[in-house]
Design a protein around this ligand. Structure first.
Ligand SMILES: [Zn+2]
Length: 596
């Protein structure tokens, strides 16, 4: 083709269509299975070939048709995986003019009439060949009726008939059909194999190309031999002399790999300005914002594979070092970046100004780099609220005596961190509703962005000291119920009782609508029993407080609001668009998790 004359030029994808199974690229498993079946004489009546576009389904179907009907140069050959290419059937099939080999594209012939035609012709013996062969491409496109008609034939196929189906969507082919076929899954061709193939084509065609350029084409083809050869055709036509990585990048509308690396590297270092500059330069060079983001995702993906101990497929020379450096950021960080890029990619695709969306995305990505990891955020949040943080759930009023003795033994706390300073007094006087300091469980859209949670301590229930002590509050009463093994009553008290008045032996309450009728009576009876004092419980219309449950809910909301209002949390919510504070949970103090 370098000689200029385009007349008679055959596109590479056609010129290098395989003539024999040994030339089929990247489908070794299929070839082995077929050759075994052939040598054992165990050929099915019907085959289904499935795989993504361009991996060689049609080529395989035609090769198989030739192999089945080849009679060899001397006319005595048997079915073979190496069709001779010289006998009459071989040549006629290759030229698409053999009367006994029918190629049908189901995408354009989906009706039952076509199927009926097939069935009618199935009854006749082959005119000249060994087998009558029906190659049905895109078989999943056939109508239901056509499938039914075909099924009858497949159930009792004449000895001399073979079906070869090809499909990109095997799931749409009825199981009744599949179960009567020998199935072959054609694999996507690995980039390395494709690149090697391209190399050999270039040598035969005298195309000068950098091997990196061929790797770039192979990767863009995503496993399709046909696409790879078409791209090579295109690139060869565009490259005056030598095909380079940059010329390929330009042709594909992608940033050069070096550009993509510069954009990502700056963003991951938190340098938004440099990242934006690199983006602008790639854009000026003709790269589409969507493609740029896709390439960044590709880099992050490869780095994640590496970080996870895998080996990313077909790394370009220019990528090796940056990908290794990225991998060192760790899977967690890469995972967050990936998620942000994935979401951003959708925004870039749908934004009226894709470039603006890409810029916003890079700014967020750079901002993420300056953020501490979630585990540190949790610690900082805890540190921001020392009082609340010290309100250890374990330090309940009854435990008052234990804490000071622990701190008086200060010289020898085995697991104490540098800052061990329990404040038992603040814990003891903590109001009912106040919850301990809390990390935040965030969920972004995907819900995958759960921050690592510190183990949560259960609040002990043994707060009440059973005995003659008279309850002073609703909470005391519900605690009494818990202490006397009446969890249901305790729960009912917390949910349904509003306090109007509480004095020695007198309890005036109002109840919520959903309170059980017997609740007031139950409370009176049990209080009398627990305290040894006679209790009067009456329902009152007087001004009542909130239920314990309502108080707690309110306290939680207040805490939620105050956390959302901290500068750190505001930043988090900005940086993770769509994130929200999902729940607020108690956490043990930062200095106590060192022994984990
Ligand atoms: Zn032949």
């Amino acid at each position: 083709m370098t000689d200029g004359s385009l007349t008679g030029y055959r596109v590479l994808a056609r010129k290098y269509r395989p003539d024999r199974f040994s030339e089929l690229i990247g489908q070794d498993a299929l070839v082995r299975t077929l050759s075994n079946a052939l040598s054992l004489g165990r050929l099915a009546h019907a085959f289904v070939l499935t795989g993504v576009r361009g991996v060689g389904k049609t080529s395989t179907a035609r090769l198989l048709a030739r192999g089945l009907n080849c009679i060899g140069p001397d006319g005595t050959g048997q079915p073979t995986l190496e069709p001779c290419g010289q006998c009459e059937p071989c040549q006629a099939i290759a030229a698409g003019r053999h009367v006994d080999v029918l190629e049908i594209d189901a995408a354009s012939h989906t009706g039952v009439d076509d199927a009926r035609e097939i069935i009618e012709s199935v009854g006749y013996r082959p005119v000249s060949a060994r087998y009558k062969i029906y190659v049905i491409d895109e078989v999943h496109m056939m109508s239901k009726n056509a499938f039914n008609a075909l099924l009858k034939t497949l159930e009792e196929p004449p000895e001399t008939v073979k079906f070869i189906f090809a499909t990109t969507e095997i799931r749409k082919v009825p199981v009744t059909i599949l179960s009567r076929c020998q199935r072959f899954d054609l694999r996507r061709v690995p980039s390395e194999v494709l690149a090697t193939h391209l190399q050999s084509v270039c040598e035969k065609e005298s195309i000068a190309a950098e091997s990196e350029a061929l790797t770039a084409i192979a990767r863009a083809a995503e496993g399709s031999v046909r696409d790879a050869l078409s791209l090579l055709d295109q690139a060869a036509a565009m490259s005056a002399d030598r095909m380079t990585v940059d010329s390929i990048a330009e042709m594909l509308g992608r940033p050069g790999r070096a550009d993509a690396i510069a954009i990502l590297d700056s963003a991951m270092r938190g340098d938004a300005a440099s990242s934006l500059a690199a983006l602008a330069s790639a854009h000026d060079g003709g790269a589409e914002p969507e493609m740029i983001i896709a390439d960044l995702m590709d880099l992050v993906h490869r780095a994640s594979l590496k970080a996870a101990g895998g080996s990313p497929d077909a790394l370009l020379e220019v990528e090796r070092e940056p990908v290794t450096a990225l991998a060192e950021l760790g899977i967690a960080r890469l995972g967050r970046s990936w998620q942000m890029l994935l979401k951003g990619h959708g925004e870039v695709s749908s934004a009226p100004q894709p470039m603006a969306a890409a810029e916003m995305l890079l700014i967020r990505l750079a901002h993420l780099a300056t953020m501490p990891p979630p585990s540190d955020i949790i610690r900082r949040l805890a540190a921001d609220q020392p009082d609340a943080a010290n309100n250890q759930p374990g330090a309940a009023p009854a435990g008052n005596t234990a804490a000071p003795s622990a701190s008086s033994a200060a010289p020898t706390p085995p697991t104490a961190g540098p800052q061990t300073a329990p404040h038992p007094s603040s814990a003891a006087t903590a109001p009912i509703g106040s919850l301990p300091s809390a990390p935040i469980a965030m969920s972004a859209n995907g819900g995958d962005m759960q921050t690592a949670m510190e183990p949560v301590r259960a609040v002990p229930a043994d707060v009440a000291e059973p005995g003659p002590a008279m309850p002073q509050s609703l909470l005391d009463i519900s605690d009494l119920a818990e202490a006397h093994d009446e969890p249901l009553l305790a729960a009912q008290i917390r949910s349904h009782v509003r306090l109007v008045r509480l004095q020695d032996g007198l309890l005036d309450i109002s109840l919520t609508e959903r309170a059980p009728d017997s609740l007031a009576g139950d409370i009176a009876k049990q209080l009398t029993r627990w305290t040894g004092t006679r209790w009067m419980v009456s329902l009152s219309d007087g001004p009542a407080g909130q239920t314990i449950a309502e108080e707690r809910q309110q306290a939680r909301q207040a805490q939620h609001d105050s956390i959302a209002a901290t500068p750190l949390m505001k930043t988090i919510l900005e940086v993770f668009p769509g994130a929200e504070i999902e729940s607020v949970k108690p956490v043990i103090q930062p200095d106590e998790d060192q022994d984990q």
